[in-house]
Design a protein around this ligand. Structure first.
Ligand code: NAD
Length: 498
């Protein structure tokens, strides 16, 4: 059986813990490999390698660091299909969607290619008599990233792409569910010219996360995963003196106004709700049609659309989506469907017990559609992370907008309308971090930045974009003068600009 190990100091390092986690093929339900789980000593070996590599990497001029990024981008393009197929074989998403996963990460690498420009500081000439002030952005040292299973290419690149371009070295602890692509990315990064130790991959679970959070030489930790763990990572990491950004779960709403283009809305929401089997933090699992007429039309058309979806293996080019990641996750999603029924919502389409001919042991779930879901239901309040769309009916935009604003999660929200004024007002007021206007999955492009609000993110810097650069650097400000020989009077009063 295939075994996966660590990638430390530019080479594969065999783990010694004797502890392993199974890697499934979600299409067949079979265990296809095992990934080792690191000991604390192995995490430390990776940190020592990163520590050793960091001063020289930081001293390399930013244009040269950018050249590694340019080369890495080319290698990603050349290996796109191989990466996407590998990704699908462990995650279960269809291959075309895995290409998107790699591509969205690649776009952050494209952003990181501009690092010489992005790191430029500020300069004030003549801030006082003969005094100039300038600032520079310097790397933090060794940084770490802990990533979820659902975007095993994109999210690691959100983190290490920006961090390493800034002059840091990096420890990546990917999800133990689909660790092959992160490992492959590290190999390609070396091939692109990164020195040994600049990017290390340590495989592991909670124990290695704890080793990272408490390691004295790790200066910053970026986390993406579920909210309870994000909160734990944030509080533990900051208690150990680290910078931490920790993104959590989501429950994104799509509000449909009576003036919206319903043809477009149905197409947009069916993809955003069921694509990748709903396993996206920017999926759209709650539709909020405004007014009875809009709701009745939306539900009728969405039901027909959802019924026509093809669930298939990830290599099936015709399939709209593939299996979920594990049997345990399928059971959790199916429990939430039962919870919705028990709480009194109307289950119009039930995806439970979906069996795919020839792949009866795969982790498939058919699409599910609920109508008349109420805000007080637990199945609404919590993240399901599966192919389940819940319709909550509202009477006005005000009532509809209150739902995402008051929800515990605040990752993304979408409004479908033709009314620019209402949309502008909504975007300004809604208590959610990322807003789409007639855009169902408003993941910002790589030169903006990504973060939810409320329990969708802990910490105060977004992922990637200039906020990523801010997170992975510290600002040093220099105030300088070159005295002309006149000795200034001694002063015991703080200098001011009076
Ligand atoms: P998860 O929280 O189970 O795991 C995330 C990471 O934490 C993994 O690397 C895992 O090994 C580690 N981990 C697991 N248990 C731990 C523990 N007890 N202590 C410390 N670390 C632990 O998340 P997942 O199931 O891999 O991913 C799905 C979740 O991630 C969903 O909630 C989804 O919304 C969220 N997500 C959020 C974003 C975002 O940007 N907000 C993006 C993608 C996914």
């Amino acid at each position: 059986m295939r075994e996966l190990h660590h990638f430390i100091d530019g080479k594969t390092v065999t783990g010694t813990s004797g502890r392993f986690s199974d890697i499934y093929n979600p299409n067949t339900g079979e265990v296809q490999g095992k990934v080792v789980l690191a000991t604390d000593a192995e995490v430390d070996t990776a940190v020592q390698s990163a520590l050793k590599a960091q001063p020289e990497w930081a001293a390399m001029n930013p244009q040269r660091r950018a050249r590694v990024m340019f080369k890495f981008k080319t290698l990603l393009e050349e290996n796109m299909q191989e990466l996407a197929e590998l990704l699908s074989s462990e995650h279960g998403k269809v291959v075309a969607d895995s290409v998107g996963d790699v591509q969205r990460g690649l776009e952050v690498i494209e952003f990181a290619c501009g690092i010489p420009h992005l790191l430029k500081g500020e300069y004030t000439e003549g801030a006082g008599p003969g005094i100039d002030v300038y600032s520079m952005r310097q790397p933090l040292g060794v940084c770490a990233g802990i990533t979820p299973f659902n975007f095993p290419a994109m999210i690691p690149m959100w983190m290490f792409g920006v961090s390493i371009a800034c002059g840091n070295t990096f420890i990546l602890k990917p999800s133990e569910k689909d660790p092959s692509v992160p490992l492959r990315l590290a190999e390609l990064f070396m091939e692109a010219g990164a020195p040994e130790g600049v990017l290390n991959v340590v495989q592991g679970d909670k124990s290695s996360v704890d080793a990272i959070l408490t390691h004295k030489d790790i200066k910053a930790v970026s986390f993406v995963g579920s909210s309870d763990i994000a909160h734990y990572v944030y509080s533990t990491g900051t208690a150990h003196g680290k910078r931490v950004q920790a993104m959590g779960g989501a429950k994104n709403h799509g509000i449909i106004m009576p003036d919206a283009d319903m043809d477009q809305v149905v197409k947009d929401i069916v993809g955003a709700a069921f694509g990748s089997a709903g396993e996206r933090c920017m999926a759209l699992p709650v539709a909020v049609p405004v007014g009875k007429k809009t709701a009745d039309e939306f539900v009728e058309r969405m039901l027909a659309e959802a019924q026509s979806l093809k669930v298939g293996v990830s290599t099936d080019k015709e399939a709209h989506y593939g299996p979920v990641v594990s049997a345990a996750h399928r059971a959790k999603v199916e429990d939430y469907i039962q919870m919705g029924v028990d709480e009194g919502a109307d289950l119009l389409l039930d995806g439970r017990g979906h069996s795919l001919q020839g792949h009866e042991n795969g982790f498939f779930i058919g699409p599910s559609l609920f109508d008349n879901v109420k805000p007080e239901m637990k199945a609404y309040q919590e993240e399901i992370f599966g192919p389940v769309l819940q319709v909550v009916r509202a009477e006005s935009l005000e009532e509809a907008a209150a739902l995402p604003s008051q929800h515990q999660y605040g990752n993304g929200v979408a409004l479908f309308t033709r009314n620019g004024l209402a949309a502008r007002e909504f975007a300004s007021k809604v208590n959610v971090g990322m807003v789409g206007i007639n855009v169902p999955i408003p993941v910002p492009v790589s030169y903006h930045s990504f973060s939810g609000w409320k329990r969708s993110a802990f910490g105060d810097h977004n992922q990637y974009g200039m906020d990523g650069v801010r997170f992975y650097t510290k600002v040093k400000t220099v105030t300088q003068r070159w005295p002309d020989g006149d000795i200034a009077d001694q002063s015991f009063i703080i200098p001011t600009m009076q």
